[in-house]
Design a binder for this molecule. Structure first.
Ligand SMILES: [Zn+2]
Ligand SMILES: [Zn+2]
Length: 128
């Protein structure tokens, strides 16, 4: 008798708990799922250069360097045969990978902080 009473009390409890757990999981899943687009998206234009913009920057090799051959990003020597990226305007050069990694996050020269002119990337669309 006592056993069946306990069973009658606990079974719905277990059922409720299970339902609650499922509900919490669903709630967690959906809030997690739907909160993502609500977060402010990383502004690509302000935070750095896109790969296509990076492509428009002059690409040289170490032997073409005119402003010294030390990369200010990794503080290492740029070898004569190593690919390097030249920052237009200030003519500072860095390893291709170092420059691209930096410039994809910051649209300025890693050495002198000269801001890269956005006109630089749209000039190719000019008819002249
Ligand atoms: Zn470097
Ligand atoms: Zn510079």
């Amino acid at each position: 008798m006592l056993g069946s009473v306990l069973l009658a009390v606990f079974l719905p409890c277990i059922g409720m708990s299970a339902a609650l757990i499922v509900y919490m999981c669903l709630l967690y899943y959906f809030t997690d799922h739907f909160s993502d687009p609500a977060l402010p998206a990383k502004p690509a234009s302000d935070s750095g250069l896109s790969p296509s913009q990076l492509d428009k920057l002059p690409r040289i090799t170490g032997k073409e360097l005119v402003m010294g051959n030390e990369c200010a990003v990794c503080l290492d020597h740029i070898g004569t045969e190593q690919p390097a990226r030249l920052v237009p305007g200030c003519n500072h050069a860095f390893h291709l990978e170092c420059a691209d990694t930096w410039l994809s996050e910051h649209p300025l020269c890693p050495l002198c902080r000269a801001k890269l002119d956005p006109a630089l990337f749209s000039s190719s669309q000019n008819p002249c």
